[in-house]
Write a protein that binds this ligand. Structure first.
Ligand code: ADP
Length: 580
């Protein structure tokens, strides 16, 4: 019922389509009255009273009724599909918009395949509940009412006989409904798990191949696939008992009608034509009852899917406290005061971090893996919210700015440069949607990426990514530098690559980075001595605390962790940098 209520607002938007569907369905159903009446007249008048001249008009009337019935049916399917697809579109679109507003912590705890299953499959299943429910449910109930009414007119006694199985049918439906939820939940979950493994393995196919773990992964995939098989079979097994069981009771109804009806005719209480008409009616009575059982199945499956869809809808999006706040130009004076943070409440990741980066300065973050370097910069873009302390940009607390405004003023260049499926121009325009080709070329030039883009068959308009040209790590990195240059924000976050690239490429990247860092406040998660040397301040991080700070020479002299890191080549002085 919950799902029903929540999906209703989406359906309400298309009143005309809903009304047209329902109108065609009801008008089509009304045609069921015609056929039994014609049958009765053919038996009693044409055959019984030998009036062959009535046969043709009666058959003609039947033909007209069938044409009307199926014409209306065709229209109904047409309207219904439009109605259905619009509701699915809206629901999916709103769900997607909501997903984009969810905080990163939400994504940290979700498998991509699961989210995709919910957005693609579960949405369709949910929507069927209401549309099929309204349409087929209304038609079925209407048909049952009309047909039972007609039956009473033909023979109250036979009507009672025909209704004998109804309590059994109701009891069966109730038992099915009460137990179905658990079965469908399990099935939806199993499908999600299978999709998650598939997504994971396709993304990680290189690792699977290098570790030659194909067989293990295949077994894991088969395990999940077997889970889907079992869960689906459980659903089907119940259906296999339920559906024929319900058919059986319906058939019993027809048998009872035959017995009672025949004795009525024999006793002279009923015409044969009326009995034949009654048989036709009995079939028309049980047909919608069978449909209601099928609807019940759709309903139960939709209910389980609905829980999964609305679970996402109910997840709290990133609150935008700073919405509507003034947006003065940002110069990039960044201050952290006593900032602490933990991803999950139990393990503190940052502990009383304080730092100051005047506009245009460069701060290098160094320290062992897991010390919290990435976490510090994640807090600045508000990917995560710090637990205590204060972060300000130009004296304004970042929490009083809207996230959008804040992020518009920061560029992040990470180790793994992500390129979307699309052209070079499209990928770069993410940085500045209205950038002209001139501007794009000049950003590419500054990022030392002009040459290899010129060599691509369609230049700026060559497809990149999964479906296009594959670029090397160094080339991708320079493209992401160009993207940041186009965006041209006052603050830059740079996660220096640890991947090995050849000396020439290294130099090209370094030059591009130097261009990028000019006149910006830069936070660099540094792995190279060449970068750290030029930093205005180096912060050494150990287990979430800043333990040393100063310029390169000062820190070397001190002989602390920084000096050790330099000595033990954790910060490489060579061009090839690999972090332990
Ligand atoms: P660094 O960048 O210095 O290598 P990080 O800031 O990435 O370190 O990580 C600091 C600590 O926080 C590590 O112990 C890491 O396991 C943990 N951590 C990082 N990201 C997450 C996350 N999204 N969820 C939970 N824990 C995380």
């Amino acid at each position: 019922m919950q799902v029903f209520i929540r999906i209703f607002p989406y359906v309400k938007r298309y009143k005309l389509l809903a009304f047209s569907t329902l109108f065609c369905a009801i008008a089509g159903t009304l045609m069921v009255v015609v056929f039994p009446a014609i049958t009765q007249r053919i038996v009693d008048q044409v055959i019984g009273q030998n009036q062959p001249e009535k046969l043709l008009p009666l058959v003609g009337l039947g033909l007209a009724a069938f044409i009307a019935q199926n014409g209306l049916n065709s229209l109904r399917i047409f309207f219904n599909n439009h109605f259905e697809q619009r509701v699915i579109f809206d629901l999916r679109s709103e769900l997607y918009a909501h997903i984009q507003r969810l905080p990163l912590t939400w994504f940290d705890n979700r498998a991509t395949g699961d989210v995709m299953t919910r957005l693609i499959e579960d949405v369709t299943s949910v929507e069927r509940v209401l549309i099929d429910g309204i349409e087929q449910g209304t038609v079925a109930v209407l048909q049952i009412l009309i047909v039972s009414g007609l039956m009473v007119i033909y023979s109250p006694l036979l009507t009672v006989s025909a209704l004998v199985p109804i309590p059994f049918l109701a009891a069966g439906a109730l038992a099915y409904t009460l137990t179905a939820r658990a079965r469908y939940r399990k099935q939806r979950k199993a499908v999600s798990e299978l999709n998650s493994i598939l997504h994971d393995n396709i993304a990680g196919i290189r690792q699977i191949k290098t570790y030659t773990s194909e067989e293990r992964e295949h077994a894991r995939f088969d395990g999940a696939s077997d889970g889907v098989r079992k869960a689906t079979l459980t659903v089907m097994k119940t259906w296999a008992v339920y559906q024929p069981g319900m058919e059986f009771f319906s058939s019993c109804g027809i048998l009872i009608v035959s017995g009672v009806g025949a004795s009525q005719v024999l006793a002279g209480n009923m015409e044969i034509g009326a009995l034949v008409a009654f048989f036709v009616l009995t079939r028309f009575l049980y047909e919608p009852i069978g449909k209601l059982h099928q609807l019940n199945q759709i309903f139960q499956s939709g209910r389980a899917a609905g829980e999964r869809v609305f679970e996402i809808m109910d997840a709290a999006p990133e609150a935008d406290e700073g919405e509507g706040a003034p947006c003065p130009e940002i110069h990039g004076h960044v201050v952290y005061r006593d900032v602490s943070f933990s991803y999950d409440a139990s393990i503190p990741v940052l502990n009383g971090v304080s730092l100051e980066a005047p506009a245009g300065s460069m701060v290098a973050l160094v320290g062992p893996t897991g010390a919290g370097k990435s976490t510090i910069v994640n807090l600045l873009v508000r990917f995560y919210e710090f637990t205590s302390g204060r972060i300000t940009v130009d004296g304004v607390p970042i929490r009083s700015m809207s996230r959008q405004y804040l992020r518009n003023n920061i560029a992040v260049v990470t180790q793994e440069s992500f390129l979307f499926n699309g052209t070079t121009a499209e990928n770069l325009r993410i940085g500045k949607p209205d950038a002209t080709e001139e501007e794009i070329w000049s950003a590419l030039r500054a990022a030392n990426a002009e040459e290899f883009i010129r060599r691509l068959p369609k230049g700026l308009h060559s497809q990149l990514g999964e479906r296009g040209v594959k670029l090397s790590v160094g080339e991708k990195q320079r493209l992401s530098i160009a993207r940041a240059l186009l965006k041209n924000p006052p603050i830059l976050i740079l996660d220096e690559a640890t991947a090995s690239v050849d000396t020439a490429t290294e130099r090209l990247i370094q030059e591009a980075l130097d261009h990028l860092m000019e006149n910006r406040t830069s936070f660099v998660i540094a792995h190279r001595l060449s970068t750290v040397r030029h930093a205005d301040e180096i912060l050494v991080l150990e287990r979430g605390r800043i333990t040393e700070r100063g310029r390169h020479d000062e820190l070397l002299e001190r002989g602390g962790l920084y000096a050790e890191l330099c000595k033990s080549s954790l910060i490489e002085s060579e061009t090839v940098a690999v972090l332990a």
